[in-house]
Design a protein around this ligand. Sequence first.
Ligand SMILES: Cc1cc2nc3c(=O)[nH]c(=O)nc-3n(C[C@H](O)[C@H](O)[C@H](O)COP(=O)(O)O)c2cc1C
Length: 451
Amino acid sequence: MREMVLVGFLQAQNCSNFSASWRHPDGRTDFMTADFYQHIGRVLEEGKFQLAFFDDRLSMPEFQSGNYQEAVANGVRCVKLDALTCMTAIGMATKRLGLGVTYSTTYYEPFHVARAFATLDQLTGGRAAWNIVTSLNDAEARNMGREALPEHDERYDRADEFLEVVLGHWDTWEDDALVIDRKTGFFAHPEKVKRIEHEGRFFKSRGPFTVPRSAQGHPVLIQAGQSGRGKRFASEWGELIFVYNLGVEAGRKSYADLKASCAATGRDPDTMKIAALVYPVVAETRAEAEDKRALLETLPKEIDSLLLLTEAMNFDFGSKPLDEPFTDAELKSISGLHTMRDRVLAATGGRNPTVREFIQITGRGRLQNPWVGSPKEVADMFEEHFTAPACDGFVVGATSVPGTYEDFVKFVVPELQRRGLFQKDYKGSTLRENIGLPRPDVGKWRSVRRG
Ligand SMILES: Cc1cc2nc3c(=O)[nH]c(=O)nc-3n(C[C@H](O)[C@H](O)[C@H](O)COP(=O)(O)O)c2cc1C
């Protein structure tokens, strides 16, 4: 029977993706300790989650006037630790849990990213995954030696070449290259370790790469592109795809489309798993879960939404009165998440939205379409989406940390296991074994990619 993939959505921050989570009375505030992250890792592993995953952004949210002080005063994602370091701490406290981290192709060098993730993969016995993003806003650009975010499709062109370099490096060492014979002093077969000699439009990298292949070959590739260009990138490279929860019907169509575009690139669509982002709020009874929701709804402030919309859209949401409609030029100048802008336009029927409508429709900074109920009711929603199928699994977002993960593991996981929808134990020791992805052969991606 088909079993779902469960991913814990984590932030190496003072709050979760629901930024008001730090104001929750039950939330932990020691987010700058290893124990905070290791506790979450242990909870997820007890619940047999296949993967823990950190999102990332390379700046604080700030208004384009340069005002970051509101983000600091209100604790709106203003603390962001290095996610790979935090994930290494989780890796040291767990044995089977997969370890996913976001790194941007727009600002890093491929050699650096290839080595950082290959190292995590080695140290954890083949449990690493990389969430490939192209970044969103000018504040990130200004921290990373640029003035402005490069144009959307151009970022994906660079990401394509970035992947060629990273995968080239990850293929440098053949699986049987290492010998390590102390008696004869023979370390490894030199003919099984090659340079990549890459010279392209964006990058130059010679090799040879300095980390041999891991137990799972190389880290799993995660992607979450939602635009046409982003989806093309995802279907060519992505092994685990994150999508927003569109509801069961739209989700089913989007799932079929993504699988078909994966197949159209010559890949086996089973080598691409799709996981939808959801925010469960669960308790022993529906009434208790509703009380939890009522408390959560009191936590966000309007400033959270304005800052987070500015961050995501790369447009200054602090610069306009709440009820003034956007001009055509302003809508066009949004260079961050186009898909979010387009969703708002679809909801207003094409009429130019106001700032308030952006807040209401996107739910950014607020409780976004939570799945609230008793264990059975919440498990029903998971089952309906999974069996439709609108996805192969779920990215479980937190509204209280670590409470959301603890509640989910206590209440929902046993119910999903009872229904045969989720694993009772890990299938193997590597992340690939646990989410049903093949171990890649050296060089295989070259024959699939663009013929
Ligand atoms: C579950 C999920 C997590 C994401 N995490 C990040 C992240 O950590 N950093 C980031 O810059 N973008 C993140 N994104 C945004 C995507 O990478 C992507 O840019 C976005 O979905 C828009 O698609 P597009 O790039 O094709 O326009 C995430 C998206 C989803 C659905």
